[in-house]
Design a protein around this ligand. Structure first.
Ligand code: MN
Length: 129
C-alpha cells in the first residue's frame, strides 16, 4: 500500500498557456503503472480550460463546487459535486468552474497527452448555457 497524505500532494499552477483564470493541478496517479492519468484539477470561479480533445476520451468526476462542460456542437451541461461527465475520444470540449463557484474535478484519462487546440474559450462561449 502506498499512502500519500494530502499535504504531500503538490498543487501546482496550470499556468495560462492552455487555461483562462487560476487553475491548479494535483497529480494523483500512483504506483509503477502510470497508464492511467488521474489528475485533480481546481478551478477558481470563472476559470476554464482552452478547447481541447483527449486521444482516448476522458472521465470527469466533480468532487466539489459547480462548473460547466461544453462541446463544440453547442451542448453545455452544468455540473455539481458527484456528477460524472464522459467526453469520448476526439470530442472537442472545455470544462471549468461556474462564474460564482470554485470547482474541483478528478480527471481520468489514458492514451497520452491532451491535444490542445489554439482557441481560448472567450467570454461569450463561456457564458453560453
Ligand atoms: Mn477535457
Amino acid at each position: 500500500m502506498e499512502h500519500r497524505p494530502s499535504q504531500d500532494i503538490d498543487w501546482v499552477s496550470a499556468g495560462d498557456e492552455h487555461f483562462t483564470g487560476a487553475v491548479r493541478f494535483g497529480a494523483l496517479s500512483s504506483g509503477p503503472d502510470r497508464s492511467l492519468n488521474a489528475l485533480g484539477v481546481l478551478f477558481e470561479p470563472g476559470a476554464r480550460t482552452d478547447w481541447h480533445t483527449h486521444p482516448d476520451g476522458q472521465v470527469l468526476y466533480i468532487v466539489s463546487g459547480a462548473g460547466k462542460v461544453q462541446t463544440d456542437a453547442g451542448e453545455t451541461v452544468r455540473v455539481t459535486a458527484g456528477d460524472v461527465v464522459y467526453s469520448p475520444a476526439g470530442e472537442k470540449h472545455w470544462h471549468g468552474a461556474s462564474e460564482n463557484s470554485f470547482m474541483m474535478h478528478l480527471s481520468l484519462t489514458t492514451g497520452g497527452a491532451t491535444e490542445w487546440l489554439p482557441d481560448k474559450v472567450g467570454d461569450d462561449d463561456y457564458r453560453r448555457g
